[in-house]
Write a protein that binds this ligand. Structure first.
Ligand code: PXP
Length: 244
């Protein structure tokens, strides 16, 4: 692995907060999880402040920024409320995701093309505050064009379809992600990827040379119940490094 080509791992700690919230107390603490992930080789921490606060809560953001040495990638919907929160805390990056209250998780990419006029001023505000803007999109050229014209510095490709398919369908989706990643780099946008990645399916995605970062949450936190968070993050890091 060349260090220049090192693929960054962003650990999404949302589901530590989900477990905490199940009892309404302070345990398990997502900031402690972020510290363990950091010590185990994570390059960043990701957290999604949802409208219904089912994962992290507002009070967690300051702790995630102040309590760990790693950059925070704050996932958020494109709303005035979330932009105001981001401007108050100034995370390293804001990843704009589509959000529907009734969904179990982020179900598809953001329609950056269709929502261009809504997104434009919000992205400008975030960028003016020095926050790196990422758009969580499907790997497709139309959405990439929109991301470029909106001034997003980063796109994160939704790997859910890849993760949940098999055989030929998975191969087609992998190709789509690889092509979109190359196109993003050509347009001066840094491509990331995430959603549904596990020990079993991460290698082909990690092998795509243009992709700079993977954001992984649910699997890591679930597997940590059995193996511990530190070893699980280390194993994911190792698989990603071996793929390069
Ligand atoms: N990236 C984004 C933008 C997401 O919304 C999510 C899910 O919250 C992830 C990555 C991580 O997905 P998973 O929890 O399936 O690893």
């Amino acid at each position: 692995m060349g260090t220049l080509n090192r693929l960054r791992l962003g650990v999404n700690i949302d589901h530590v907060a989900t477990i905490r919230n199940a009892r309404g107390g302070l345990h398990p603490d997502p900031i402690r999880a972020a510290q363990i992930a950091s010590a185990a080789g994570a390059d960043g921490i990701t957290a999604h402040l949802r409208e219904d606060r089912r994962h992290i809560m507002d009070e967690d953001i300051a702790g995630l920024i102040g309590g760990i040495a790693l950059p925070l990638n704050l996932e958020m919907a494109a709303t005035e409320e979330m932009v105001a929160i981001a401007l108050r805390h100034r995370p390293h990056a804001a990843c704009i995701v589509p959000e529907r209250r009734e969904e179990v998780t982020t179900e598809g990419g953001l329609d950056a093309a269709g929502q261009h006029n809504h997104l434009k001023p919000l992205i400008s505000e975030l960028r003016a505050a020095g926050i790196r803007v990422s758009l969580f999109i499907e790997p497709d050229a139309r959405q990439l064009d929109a991301a470029a014209s909106l001034g997003a510095q980063v796109v994160e490709f939704h790997t859910g379809r890849y993760a949940h398919s098999e055989g030929d369908e998975r191969a087609v989706e992998l190709r789509r992600i690889a092509e979109a990643a190359a196109l993003a780099v050509k347009n001066g946008i840094e491509p990331h990827a995430g959603h549904g990645l596990t020990f079993d399916n991460v290698t082909p995605i990690a092998a795509i040379p243009h992709i700079a970062e993977l954001n992984i949450g649910h699997f890591l936190i679930g597997e940590a119940i059995f193996e511990g968070l530190g070893p699980v993050v280390q194993r994911m890091r190792q698989l990603m490094d071996e793929a390069r």
